[in-house]
Design a protein around this ligand. Structure first.
Ligand code: HEM
Length: 202
């Protein structure tokens, strides 16, 4: 086998491993969710959207560590696969509170709660959502705000951390230790990635 063939074989093995990892990251919360079961359609959608949105946003963030390798690894350039998972995450996390509002019959849930540190983090969902929207709008306007869009887009990091802490604290499926352990692991990985990328830049 030529060196090139060996190289492309190695990339395709790595590709399969990454896709397997992505599948496992989705399958664990979805399996636990079905074990916990649900009482009706709105109870189903309000939880499954939160759980799978966090996984999608996590993958979109972690893919920023593979910008150069993306074409060889996934067969597409970084932005394509980054936008794919970011779009799914954005759609799911936007639907999450909508199902909540329909189920609870109130839109008050969209108002961030600053009454105490505990409620700030437990009910951190609304603020995290608005930070996600600001970060996405900055990316969409990258041609207009050329100098600062990346700094605003980096709000995705605190938004992800706050949103996932809210999910672990508020989520009815997070009573399962395996799930809360996994989502805590996602927080730690994104935290390390943030500082690793700053260090790389330096
Ligand atoms: C207006 C915005 C938001 C509201 C009103 C909201 C509200 C809630 C509520 C009430 C729950 C408990 C649902 C249940 O377990 O029955 C919940 C769970 C959850 N939320 Fe949010 N949230 C919002 C935004 C977010 C954001 C931005 C994220 C992540 C980036 C997020 C991630 C989660 C996760 C992972 C769960 C756990 C679901 C489960 O255990 O099944 N939420 N949210």
């Amino acid at each position: 086998m030529s060196a090139n063939e060996k190289q492309s074989k190695r990339w395709s093995v790595n590709r399969s491993l990454f896709y397997l990892l992505f599948a496992i990251l989705y399958l664990i919360p979805i399996t636990i969710f079905f074990i916990d079961s649900f009482k009706d359609v709105l109870h189903f959608f309000r939880r499954i959207t939160g759980l799978t949105a966090v996984v999608s946003l996590f993958i979109a963030i972690m893919l920023t560590l593979l910008v150069k390798e993306s074409k060889k690894l996934f067969g597409v350039y970084f932005l394509k696969i980054h936008h794919f998972f970011a779009f799914i995450g954005l759609l799911l996390i936007s639907l999450h509170p909508v199902f909540m509002a329909l189920d609870f019959g109130t839109t008050e849930i969209f108002i961030p709660d600053f009454s105490s540190w505990q409620t700030f983090f437990k009910n951190g969902g609304p603020l995290a959502l608005y930070l996600i929207y600001i970060a996405v709008i900055a990316a969409l306007l990258n041609k207009k705000i050329t100098k600062s869009w990346k700094y605003i887009h980096a709000l995705m990091y605190p938004a992800f951390l706050l949103g996932t802490v809210h999910g672990i604290w508020k989520g009815s499926d997070m009573g399962n230790p395996m799930l809360s352990f996994l989502y805590t692991g996602l927080i730690v990985a994104v935290f390390i990635t943030f500082f690793y990328k700053r260090y790389q830049k330096k």
